[in-house]
Design a protein around this ligand. Structure first.
Ligand code: CA
Ligand code: CA
Ligand code: CA
Length: 314
């Protein structure tokens, strides 16, 4: 799938903190990936997360991909019996890392298209507990050039390769290896988002799936929501359209029409927590051709905090 859009770099100058994933406006603290032996009822359906990093064509300096708390070693993570989980993180660049259709799969596939640039496996140690581990430096030109995004794309594949604990972590794209410093015009996106809802009752998290010009309807899928949240869709046309949520260890889904005015922007998909306990969920959105739709860390088209302007190329 190609996006029917072109990125125009119209960046606000005050935007200076690094690109984070979960995004700043998501109100989500951590991504989750469980070990391969964990039952899917813990909230991760496939023990894998695939995240893309977009560097604008104009940016030519080195950049870094940073991971907060990459190990499954304690304080932040969810321990099940003894800690025995290993998580591999592999950074891919090169042709096909993004454009190969396997990269947008929403169910488990061995995802190794492109060129492997860096790999590291983290176990149950605490060397990086509540600290950032840095991959890089990377030359942006070693990514895959994607014309429709007007930039170079890299892929990070995160997989729980052993154990049964749940690894919680977050990601950043930075121009520095020592701190999280913004790369103007960069973005982070995924086609399947595995994360932990905030524990507090009534807290609201936001996901921003992008509606391109060819979309007429979408179907949202959510896994293991435990009937513990209310899911609503917001946009220029939707003022809280209700969507179906799942129970324990299963998928919920619902179909939603997309109007012309909603295209070229992200929807704001909101999950409002019911009870106050921690809950891990997975979400993806398909268009009417059953193609996965990207969730962007920095929402496009002004869902909450616009930093980009996209224009249609069709
Ligand atoms: Ca364990
Ligand atoms: Ca962790
Ligand atoms: Ca859950």
């Amino acid at each position: 799938m190609k996006f029917a859009l072109i990125l125009l770099l119209t960046l606000s100058s005050h935007f200076s903190i690094a690109q984070l994933f979960p995004g700043e406006g998501d109100n989500i603290d951590y991504l989750i990936t469980s070990g391969k032996k964990a039952p899917i009822s813990v909230g991760d359906d496939d023990h894998q997360q695939v995240v893309f990093f977009l560097l604008p064509t104009e940016y030519s300096s080195s950049f870094y991909i940073r991971v907060y708390d990459p190990e499954t070693g304690g304080a932040i993570d969810e321990k099940v019996d003894s800690l025995d989980t290993e998580t591999s993180f592999i950074v891919y660049g090169g042709k096909g890392n993004y454009s190969d259709s396997i990269s947008r799969s929403v169910s488990y596939q061995k995802n190794s298209s492109g060129i492997s640039l860096k790999k590291r496996t983290f176990g149950s140690t605490t060397n990086y507990q509540k600290k950032w581990f840095t991959f890089g430096p990377f030359n942006p030109k070693r990514g895959e050039f994607v014309e429709s995004l007007n930039g170079y794309v890299f892929k990070l594949v995160i997989e729980g390769i052993s154990g049964d604990d749940v690894n919680l972590y977050k990601l950043a794209l930075s121009s520095s290896d020592k701190a999280n410093i913004n790369v103007a015009g960069a973005n982070i996106f995924t086609y399947e988002y595995s994360f932990r809802l905030k524990s507090a009752s009534s807290s609201i998290c936001h996901l921003y799936p992008y509606m391109d010009q060819k979309i007429v309807s979408i179907r949202q899928y959510n896994f293991d929501t435990d009937n513990d949240a209310v899911l609503r869709l917001y946009s220029i046309k939707k003022k809280g359209e209700i969507a179906s949520v799942s129970g324990n260890g299963n998928w919920g889904s619902s179909e939603h029409k997309i109007d012309q005015e909603e295209k070229g922007k992200c929807l704001d998909l909101q999950l409002k927590k019911k009870a106050s306990w921690h809950n891990d969920v997975v979400m993806y959105v398909l268009n009417q051709y059953n193609e996965a739709v990207p969730f962007f860390a920095s929402p496009i088209g002004g869902a909450v905090n616009p930093k980009f302007t996209f224009k249609s190329d069709k």
